[in-house]
Write a protein that binds this ligand. Structure first.
Ligand SMILES: NC(=O)c1ccc[n+]([C@@H]2O[C@H](COP(=O)([O-])OP(=O)(O)OC[C@H]3O[C@@H](n4cnc5c(N)ncnc54)[C@H](OP(=O)(O)O)[C@@H]3O)[C@@H](O)[C@H]2O)c1
Length: 318
């Protein structure tokens, strides 16, 4: 593949960092839109934007091969009125600003990939949710995703191919859910969460990067895509596999009431652990995407054997 110019909005977070490294290591040019300062670092250009209004940053989009939007306030917080507003605004305003920027552009980016989430589907313990026949859920997080996708697909951009990624929990050593999960399991608190029956939908960080690249490279792919591994397991199985990979002989289970108290103390929500997400990546499968880590046991073994990138990140050397 010839070198591409790839813009990543919100590229300073967990997924942005691993994607940046993934593309940069293949000699693609990566430009990050950030609310932080403009600078150049380790071959990556950081361009300031405010995540909501048009500015000089628009010029960087012109003629780009791909625009990937990952902007959004972290959902790892209490869903207070203020935080709910920030969660909506950070996703909707950034998506709107990018869409508006491209509306009158003669040469907009060829592809626009926008983040959304696998949590858009209902609590599912009975059957997997595919893009074609998955049922959408209800409640705050689902509403965020629906409005986010509506904003994204609402822009009519005939020259731009659009794909919304309904990504499930990305497992990586650089951030996200895996870091606290393995810490808790090492401390002996690696039992099931709630009744443990809920499905755990996940994807290895390396496969997340490869799936994004797959969508960038395949010109016929557009619309929504579930970004998950093909093998999904229940929470109690996931925790058993994690204990086994960590060689921790026992794991105290966390009943729902205990999780509620814990979540309040550390400022998060139990939905992140208790909602049953059963997300099947049917469209990626049909398109011929090959997972490096289709099964969770292999993914855990890999993540615990070596960090994905043994180099310096803003989180330190991993
Ligand atoms: N991690 C997962 O497992 C997962 C799964 C499904 C979906 N997602 C979605 O994928 C996206 C990226 O996830 P992530 O884990 O990389 O998140 P993250 O680490 O929290 O990074 C998100 C980035 O968004 C930018 N941002 C934060 N607040 C913003 C605001 N008010 N306006 C504009 N930009 C803002 C920040 O960049 P600057 O501070 O540089 O501006 C931040 O680095 C998120 O939208 C998330 O909901 C993640």
């Amino acid at each position: 593949m010839k070198p591409q110019r790839i813009i990543i909005a919100g590229g300073t977070g967990f997924l942005g960092e691993i994607l940046t490294r993934h593309f940069r290591d293949q000699d693609h040019q990566v430009i990050i839109l950030t609310r932080g300062e403009s600078k150049a670092k380790q071959g990556v250009e950081y361009v300031h934007w405010d995540g909501q209004s048009l500015g000089d940053w628009v010029n960087y989009l012109k003629g780009a091969d791909a625009l990937i939007n990952l902007s959004g306030k972290s959902v790892d917080c209490r869903y207070t009125t203020k935080n709910r507003r920030r969660i909506y605004d950070s996703r909707l305003n950034s998506t709107r600003a990018l869409g508006l920027a491209m509306l009158k552009m003669e040469k907009p980016p060829k592809t626009w990939i926008n983040a959304t989430s696998g949590t858009i589907y209902r609590h599912a313990e009975d059957r997997p949710m595919t893009e074609a026949d998955g049922e959408l859920g209800e409640g705050f997080s689902v509403d965020v995703c629906q409005k986010w996708e509506r904003m994204f697909f609402g822009f009519e951009l005939p020259l731009v191919r659009k794909a919304a990624l309904r990504t499930t929990i990305v497992l990586g050593n650089e951030g996200g859910a895996f870091v606290p999960l393995k810490t808790m399991a090492r401390l002996g608190a690696g039992g099931k969460h709630g009744n443990g029956e809920q499905m755990f939908s996940w994807i290895h960080a390396f496969d997340f990067c490869r799936a994004v690249q797959f969508v960038v490279e395949n010109n016929e792919l557009e619309g929504v895509f579930n970004v998950a591994a093909p093998e999904q397991v229940q929470n109690h199985t996931m925790m058993r596999m994690l204990r086994s990979a960590l060689d921790v002989p026992f794991g105290i289970p966390s009943p729902k009431w205990l999780l509620e108290i814990g979540a309040m103390i550390i400022g998060t929500e139990t939905e992140l652990l208790l909602k049953s997400r059963w997300v099947k990546p049917e469209r990626l499968e049909q398109a011929g995407f090959q997972w490096e880590f289709p099964a969770l046991e292999k993914a855990f073994a890999d993540l615990l054997a070596k960090p994905m990138f043994a180099v310096e990140t803003k989180l330190g050397t991993v």
